[in-house]
Ligand binder design. Structure first.
Ligand code: SF4
Ligand code: SF4
Length: 192
C-alpha cells in the first residue's frame, strides 16, 4: 500500500489516516467522468455501474485501505478535485494542522464505533456504506415485535450515529460540491 493520501488536495498531511470521504462514511457512490480510465480502476477492484448515463462506483472504495488511496496516480478526476470543508478551511488558514488532525481523530473514532456497532447489529460484513448499514439497522428494528424497545435497547449506538452525522455535516461536508455524491434517495434500501 502506497503512502499516499486518499484525495486530491491533501495539505500538510491532513488527509493521512482520515479517508472518511472514501470509506463509505460520508458517501455511498462516486460518479466518474467520461475521460476517467476506469479500466485501470477496475483492476484495483472498483466495480462500476451506469444509470441515466452516469457511471459511478460504490463506497467503501475498494482502492482505499490503511488510510490511503492505492490508485492515487490514476484516481478519478472527481477524487483529484475533491476538498472537504475541513481541508478548505485549513487551506484558508482558518483551522490549524493540529486542530484538523484532532478533529479527524475524533471523527475516525466515532466512525469506527458506528461501523462496528452497525455491523454487529445487522450481522453483515463491512463492505457497505455507513448509511447502508444504518438503513439495514432501521429496517431490522421495524421488523421486531416492539420496534421502539429495539431502538431504546440500542440508544447508545443511535446517539453515536447522530454525533457522527453532526460532526460530518458541520466540519467535513463541502457546502457547494457534488463531486462525491451523497445518498441516492431512490437507491433501493437493502433488506436486513
Ligand atoms: S474527509 Fe477531508 S480530511 Fe478526510 S481524507 Fe477526505 S478530504 Fe482529507
Ligand atoms: S479512488 Fe477511491 S480511495 Fe482513491 S481517492 Fe477516490 S474514492 Fe478515495
Amino acid at each position: 500500500m502506497g503512502d499516499t493520501p486518499p484525495v486530491g488536495g491533501d495539505v500538510d498531511g491532513i488527509c493521512m489516516g482520515c479517508g472518511v470521504c472514501c470509506d463509505g462514511t460520508m458517501y455511498r457512490t462516486v460518479d466518474v467522468a467520461a475521460d476517467d480510465r476506469i479500466e485501470l480502476l477496475e483492476v484495483a477492484g472498483l466495480v462500476f455501474s451506469t444509470r441515466d448515463d452516469v457511471t459511478s462506483f460504490r463506497q467503501p472504495c475498494s482502492a482505499f485501505g490503511h488510510g490511503c488511496c492505492s490508485v492515487y496516480d490514476g484516481r478519478p478526476s472527481v477524487c483529484r478535485g475533491y476538498r472537504c470543508l475541513l481541508l478548505r478551511r485549513h487551506e484558508a488558514g482558518e483551522v490549524s494542522r493540529d486542530e484538523a488532525r484532532s478533529l479527524i481523530a475524533r471523527t475516525v473514532a466515532l466512525r469506527d464505533r458506528v461501523r462496528s456497532g452497525l455491523t454487529a447489529y445487522v450481522g453483515t460484513d463491512d463492505l457497505t456504506s455507513l448509511d447502508g448499514l444504518y438503513r439495514r439497522m432501521m429496517a431490522k428494528f421495524e421488523a421486531q415485535p416492539d420496534p421502539a424497545a429495539a431502538r431504546r435497547e440500542h440508544s447508545d449506538l443511535l446517539l453515536t450515529v447522530v454525533a457522527l452525522r453532526v460532526i460530518l455535516a458541520r466540519e467535513f461536508e463541502p457546502r457547494d460540491s457534488k463531486s462525491h455524491q451523497p445518498d441516492r434517495a431512490d437507491e433501493a434500501t437493502p433488506t436486513p
